[in-house]
Ligand binder design. Sequence first.
Ligand SMILES: Cc1cc2nc3c(=O)[nH]c(=O)nc-3n(C[C@H](O)[C@H](O)[C@H](O)COP(=O)(O)OP(=O)(O)OC[C@H]3O[C@@H](n4cnc5c(N)ncnc54)[C@H](O)[C@@H]3O)c2cc1C
Length: 599
Amino acid sequence: MADYHAPIRDMQFNLDELVPLSEITALPGYEEAGEDLVAAILEEGAKFASGVLAPLNWGGDQEGCQLVGDTVKTPKGFKEAYQQFSEAGWIGLSCDPDYGGQGLPSVVATAVNEMWHSANMAFTLCPMLNAGAVDAIHHHGSDEQKAMYLPNLISGQWSGTMNLTEPNAGSDLSVVSTKAVPDQDGRYRILGTKIFITFGEHDMSENIIHLVLARLPDAPPGIKGISMFIVPKFLVNADGSLGERNDLKCISIEHKLGIHGSPTAVMSYGEKTGAIGFLVGQPNRGLEYMFTMMNSARLAVGLEGVGISERAYQQAASYALQRVQGKIPGKSGNLPIAYHPDVSRMLMTMRAQIQAMRSLAYMAAAEIDRASRHPDAEQKALAQARVDLLIPIVKAWATEQSVDITSLGVQIHGGMGFVEETGAAQHFRDARITPIYEGTTGIQANDLLGRKIVRDGGKEARRLIDEMKGVANELSASSDLQFKSMGSTLGSAVLNLERAVEWVLDVFPKNPAAAMAGAYPLLKCFGLVCGGWLLGRSALIAARHIGTGSTDSFYTQKIGVASFYSHHVLTGASGLSQAVRLGEEVCDAMAYGLNDILN
Ligand SMILES: Cc1cc2nc3c(=O)[nH]c(=O)nc-3n(C[C@H](O)[C@H](O)[C@H](O)COP(=O)(O)OP(=O)(O)OC[C@H]3O[C@@H](n4cnc5c(N)ncnc54)[C@H](O)[C@@H]3O)c2cc1C
């Protein structure tokens, strides 16, 4: 099984040159996060990821979690690693310093978080869900709630969970039925069952703070009748010490395809007297509050796609450099399979897509920083519009690709990929959840098309498309034929994306079903072209370094990666665009093709 080495050089390139970090550190409150500090953080993070978390990944998968009595035993080493992780301050990297965080930009935390996902995706789900709970309380909790819960959630002494899903409420949260009954002293009694709750119960922290969506007795039906509650496993006394055990428990954990080291719990609230809960913010605004945190949460899952793909790539590259099979065309000697053109193709397909996905995720994180801190209102609004457009793409494109990329990782191993001992199979199994939770790909595709493109009349999509055209023109203007070719492919891919967007804008008001039939290919096309745009920009930066005398092989590799992506991946944009624009025909075909089961 290959070790994990954080791809620090590429991370730093993205941060320092593509984002660039200097623009983020110019924002108020981020002045401290200079390049040297960030480089030191990345180095320490890399050591922790490869030295502490990565070695627990395979064992965690094999051992899994067990429900013992009413607590969940996590795999060997997880509890100790979590303590080290907390003590090192990794949980609070981008959290508010007023509550013990370090206040670093989201884009810096994004690079570090990528390392955790690569090293041990199952373990990292605990701090990832905790970040959602911290965000919710920070944005919408009262001062008292913030003081009571945030310091311990940020230090890692406690951990947080998000309780949305119920047996009948998955993608459609409007039908959440968990009840919240007003009790004395402004408290509520929570009654109901939540399913699929990540780290809903575990032995790594001394208390678990559940954020639960529930309905008040007089709540209107639908999404406007859902409220958010803090429901701690152990109630917290006024002096901050732990009080009595609340009336909630984990009644079972799921047996799953992957992420075995992460317990997925069925949680029962209020089997005796009702679990005590505390309302967050105003009644009936719980779902709206969830939406304010959605961008960060969905970015986090998209980043999981990047992280797990990188791990699978490193595993596959290591195997392909050891395994010898057959003669390599045009070469002598016993060279390993990595030299077979088809294996090189698979390795490059993995590498190029990962680099494109990483760039897009970091750009989205940087826009989150601009949207939250930019002093100019217009720039702030533009950044927010860009975040809103990019998030469903990062979430769904990077996670869908991660399934294909980790599958390629298995393929490169041949039969050894299908057996468990190399670890390639685990990455494939772990990746499979990422397009499902935090809003399935179908939900992201609808969001991109309906809320992010149609609702603003295509304004932000067109602004981004114009930026992409600028990069295509710059590439085409080069005297270097390789760059000219990249410019021509990117130009044609952008045109295909533009046609698909314009078609959707035209057809949606007249025939929404035909437009929605193309939501998935549109999202994929957008992701693919965003990747081409950012790798094209990266190639131009690399060329400038080479042009001024740099001999750093990273830059020649970057150009190679961008060029491969352009020829081998980006060319798929035209087929996807066509699939969108044939929406009416696709609807007819689906109606005929499925008429035996849909009628
Ligand atoms: C391992 C794991 C961990 C999880 N962790 C948590 C957690 O911590 N907290 C939590 O609250 N939940 C969690 N979930 C739940 C997760 O968010 C849901 O499974 C997910 O939102 C999908 O809901 P569902 O499973 O009910 O699928 P469904 O909503 O039943 O969807 C089934 C299919 O129908 C499609 N579909 C549904 N509605 C639409 C639509 N409107 N348009 C187009 N297609 C649609 C979906 O895309 C999907 O393909 C977790 C799930 C798993 C498996």
